[in-house]
Design a protein around this ligand. Structure first.
Ligand SMILES: Nc1nc2c(ncn2[C@@H]2O[C@H](COP(=O)(O)OP(=O)(O)OP(=O)(O)O)[C@@H](O)[C@H]2O)c(=O)[nH]1
Ligand SMILES: *[C@@H]1O[C@H](CO)[C@@H](O)[C@H](O)[C@H]1NC(C)=O
Ligand SMILES: *[C@@H]1O[C@H](CO)[C@@H](O)[C@H](O)[C@H]1NC(C)=O
Ligand SMILES: *[C@@H]1O[C@H](CO)[C@@H](O)[C@H](O)[C@H]1NC(C)=O
Ligand SMILES: *[C@@H]1O[C@H](CO)[C@@H](O)[C@H](O)[C@H]1NC(C)=O
Ligand SMILES: [Mg+2]
Length: 386
């Protein structure tokens, strides 16, 4: 039985409609693809510089690693940090990671971090003597001071583990066997963010220029954590004046001929360093001296001011480099590059966000001043060193 004419027409219309839709969809896909490709332009200048890639495990021109101190429970936050570091930088360079912990790492931690990178990973436990009280420390006095600092509301003032962490990061991490094979290291913490692509190799950059210490955020210290640190530093210098070269950055940490410390320090949760700086005689003597002074336990000396004062005093200013182009966030503060890096489209942060960006904050005066100050005037050095 033939279909009624009107039904046939409707049927034909439907079929043509579906066909037309099908064709249109494809046409639109093609059109969409054409539009998408048409917005592709040559990469802006900052992105064209592509450093060579290294395969995992392949020997690299610079012997370097990431060093991560972490607790077993830190793996989630650490995966986020690693994701960003890998995407922004390390997927092309494959520098290995060294993870350290005062306890044995769990299988969960190892699995969940190893799966974040193609690069080699090493897991190590910290020797007990690097995470405990040296014999000359009076533990009762230390406990009383912790209680007192907690009362005063000093940040981490009541924490014992934080003190072991600061002491370890100050003077012991680079003595761990797993770090012996490396010449440079880059510190990574759980929960930090990398905000810009890093299209070159900062290790190579430092090696080529003989830079010993690299940083991205500098801020003022909480002075109630280090009431007597500078007194100890002055005693050390009095005993070892030869450790303090000309053209150093003393002026950046003390504007009054070394009488007082202004609190400026590199925020060491990010740092890239030539490990020969830490392994060298000045720093080794310096740390051992500070360790004897007891301030890691009777106060709450942080590794940031300890590293920074050493870098400012024992290095020439030009051996210390501000990686202004590395966008970085540790909860609390961020550094978002301005100028070329941002304009080249490498960053996802907003340099104009004055709530987060350290260079836009009074607290970040130390960062800005680094770029403005010359190295230490000779008379200031002489006033301190004699
Ligand atoms: N294994 C181990 N690692 C620790 C311990 N305490 C801190 N860390 C690590 O040491 C580094 C610094 O500790 P954080 O807790 O981040 O200290 P912070 O950066 O001063 O402060 P916030 O990040 O603001 O809490 C991080 O990599 C931590 O994972 C600890 O007791 N054991
Ligand atoms: C870790 O990985 C190993 C090997 O793949 C597996 O046998 C083990 O069950 C994993 N453990 C955890 C806690 O994920
Ligand atoms: C630092 O020493 C120089 C030279 O002795 C002197 O001129 C200057 O006033 C001193 N500055 C301070 C702040 O003490
Ligand atoms: C930041 O603000 C300045 C001044 O208002 C403006 O010229 C610049 O384009 C802004 N930068 C960004 C990245 O938004
Ligand atoms: C900074 O914070 C203040 C108060 O929370 C807010 O009003 C302001 O919009 C913020 N500024 C930016 C640039 O995000
Ligand atoms: Mg931290």
């Amino acid at each position: 039985m033939p279909l009624p004419r009107s039904l046939l027409v409707r049927y034909l219309l439907l079929v043509t409609g579906i066909l037309a839709l099908f064709v249109l969809m494809h046409a639109n896909y093609d059109e969409a693809a054409r539009l998408l490709t048409s917005v592709r332009r040559p990469a802006p200048p900052g992105q064209q510089h592509q450093a060579p890639s290294y395969r995992p495990g392949e020997p690299k021109p610079v012997s370097a690693c990431f060093a991560v101190l972490a607790r077993n429970g830190d793996w989630r936050a650490l995966r986020e940090s690693m994701r960003q570091l890998e995407d922004r930088f390390n997927r092309r360079f494959n520098y290995p990671y060294v993870f350290l912990n005062d306890e044995p790492f769990t299988d969960e931690f190892i699995n969940m971090t190893r799966s974040m990178t193609q690069a080699d990973v090493h897991y190590g436990q910290i020797p007990a003597k690097h995470w405990s009280y040296p014999p000359w420390i009076d533990r009762d006095r230390a406990a009383a001071r912790r209680a007192q600092m907690h009362e005063q509301g000093v940040m981490y003032g009541g924490s014992e583990s934080y003190r072991h962490m600061c002491r370890f990061e100050s003077g012991l991490f680079f003595r761990h066997p797993l770090l012996q094979q490396f010449d440079y290291y880059w510190r990574l913490e759980p929960g930090v963010e990398y905000l810009c692509d890093i299209n070159y190799d900062p290790f190579q950059y430092m090696k080529d220029r003989r830079i010993k210490y690299g940083w991205t955020i500098a801020i003022y210290e909480l002075m109630d954590t280090i009431p007597t640190l500078w007194d100890s530093v002055r005693r050390f210098i009095a005993a070892h004046p030869e450790s303090v070269p000309e053209h150093n950055a003393l002026w950046w940490v003390s504007r009054d001929n070394g009488t007082t410390y202004n609190g400026c320090h590199f925020w060491s949760n990010f740092e890239i360093a030539d490990l020969s700086f830490y392994r060298g005689p000045e720093y080794t003597k310096f740390f051992d001296f500070l360790d004897r002074e007891g301030g890691f336990f009777y106060e709450r000396w942080g590794d940031a001011p300890v590293h920074s004062i050493a870098a400012a005093l024992f290095l020439q200013k030009e051996e210390v480099h501000w990686f202004r182009d590395i966008g970085y966030l540790h909860p609390g503060w961020q550094h978002c590059p301005e100028g070329d890096a941002w304009l080249a489209g490498r960053c996802t942060c907003d340099p104009n966000d004055s709530n987060k960006s350290i260079t836009r904050q009074p607290w970040g005066k130390c960062s800005r001043e680094w770029a403005l100050l010359p190295d230490t005037p000779p008379e200031h050095r002489r006033a301190l060193v004699g």
